[in-house]
Design a protein around this ligand. Structure first.
Ligand SMILES: *Cc1c(COP(=O)(O)O)cnc(C)c1O
Ligand code: SF4
Length: 458
């Protein structure tokens, strides 16, 4: 028996790998934006200038239509206009992102799907969805501070971003009002900020602050320093992180906004002096978002010693296969970004086409673990709806794959409570989809899951 095993090992010497599988190391280097007629004459110097990117970002439907009128079909433009009138997020997309979309097939493009809704692909929401599904407002201790976990808190410094993602969890507040959504607000306001800092100071257990929004890319250099220095000087604070999707939507800012980069660096330097950690948390969802420009931006951060981690959202038709996710994780790791989380999509309204089942997340986790260094392997997590907080996707108490209901608990956050997540209707059989339309049946399916979860516990 033993000998046989040895022979087997020798026979199975690792085969020569296909170079194809290392393609994640190749980054788009050419002037890809010139393929878009509107940007055909834009020099590299302009394209890399963050001011040019901001000025030429698309803030309304009219500009979007004008920019893509020569490259997209009438059907597509029509579907996009109708799409925008039906969703909770306002339009905002950078020339960089727009140039990375494959306009020969925008319907299926992974970047287009994240930023431009098209009416023909929108599907009905699961009846159990609500705005602010994470109940952040319920854990808000000041207008801009969410204190859910014992030792860490989330500071919402502003309510704008350089681009607006369709699937934003904070669509209840981020960006301008839309046809169907009037927003709460947490705009830049030093009085509001000071309330949050005072709360943090009076809570000695808080060691870790996430500075988010919105997107901290949209804070000025002065504001970055104000917030960073203020937080680091609070004695018990050990770690702060700036949250920004900027690297994915406008990496050139790191290359050309020297004041901003210097501001982040000076916060990092103060952190070093005080022996406190300062990091940047970013948000990539598809390998196409990572180009030679991103690589150069990351080199800048790396030279300065800034740790950058990534949080990805699992999105149907964008990164919901093992191959796509693996490719993304490998590419992120290659440019010194640490893949930190892959999140199950929250129960957000208006983006049901982008959600996957919990089973998909479980399958992806299994396929990722073991390929790359463990510290480059993200935790696949679910932010338990209604304020349970982040849980490992595998840690459900019960999961009914037929009804699509999973049940999580969060002993360190809300002991004794059960949190229900609902797989999207499109992942369920037809009779179950119909059952979800009936309030009585809804109750029965939720009760069944809760009862089973309670049984499983003991
Ligand atoms: C995500 C989050 C944090 C940070 O959690 P980590 O697991 O440390 O990344 C803190 N507070 C709130 C409310 C959050 O949603
Ligand atoms: S960058 Fe973050 S906060 Fe801004 S729209 Fe996207 S998901 Fe929402």
């Amino acid at each position: 028996m033993v000998i046989q095993n040895v022979l087997k090992i020798n026979e199975n010497l690792k085969p020569v790998i296909q170079m194809e599988s290392l393609k994640y190391r190749l980054f788009t280097q050419y002037e890809f934006w010139r393929d878009i007629p509107e940007f055909a004459n834009v020099s590299e110097k302009d394209f890399l200038n963050y001011k040019w990117q901001t000025k030429n970002s698309i803030y309304d439907q009219k500009t979007l239509i004008k920019t893509i009128s020569n490259i997209a079909s009438k059907e597509f433009i029509e579907a996009a206009c109708q799409g925008f009138s039906r969703v909770p997020m306002a339009v905002r997309i950078t020339p960089y992102l727009l140039s990375l979309i494959d306009w020969n097939n925008p319907w299926n493009d992974p970047i287009r799907k994240q930023f431009i809704p098209v009416s023909t692909q929108l599907i009905e929401d699961h009846p159990m969805l609500s705005f602010d599904s994470l109940h952040e407002r319920q854990d808000a201790v000041t207008s801009s501070l969410v204190h859910r976990y014992p030792q860490k808190a989330l500071f919402l410094a502003l309510d704008t971003c350089p681009a607006y993602c369709r699937f934003c969890t904070r669509s209840y507040a981020v960006g301008q009002n839309t046809n169907i959504m009037k927003k709460g607000n947490f705009s830049v306001d030093s009085k509001r900020w000071e309330e949050a800092f005072n709360y943090i100071e009076s809570h000695p257990e808080l060691e870790d602050i996430v500075i988010s929004g919105g997107d901290t890319y949209n804070l000025s250099a002065e504001q970055i320093k104000t917030i960073g220095f203020r937080l680091l000087q609070i004695p018990q604070i050990r770690r702060i992180r700036f949250a920004s999707k900027g690297l994915a939507v406008m990496p050139m800012k790191v290359l050309t906004d020297e004041n901003w980069l210097d501001a982040i660096t000076s916060v990092l330097e103060l952190g070093k002096k005080l022996y406190k950690e300062v990091a940047l948390h970013t948000h990539f969802n598809h390998a196409n978002e990572i180009t030679g420009i991103t690589q150069r931006a990351m080199q800048k951060f790396f030279e300065r010693g800034l740790v950058v981690r990534d949080q990805t959202v699992l999105l149907r038709g964008i990164n919901d296969t093992s191959e796509q996710m693996q490719f993304l994780i490998q590419r992120l790791s290659y440019i010194n970004i640490q893949p930190y989380y892959v999140f199950q999509h929250d129960l957000v309204k208006g983006v049901e086409d982008l959600r996957t089942s919990v089973q998909t997340a479980i399958d992806i986790e299994k396929s990722l673990r073991g390929i790359i260094a463990g510290f480059k392997t993200p935790t696949v997590a679910i932010d338990a709806p209604a304020g349970g907080g982040k849980r490992s996707i595998h840690s459900y108490e019960y999961y009914n794959r037929k009804t699509g209901v999973s049940v999580y608990t969060a002993p360190s956050v809300r002991p004794g409570k059960y949190f229900l997540y609902f797989d999207p209707l499109h992942s369920l059989a037809e009779n179950i989809r119909n059952a979800w339309k009936d309030p009585k049946q809804q109750q029965i399916m939720c009760d069944e899951a809760l009862n089973e979860a309670r049984k499983a516990k003991f």
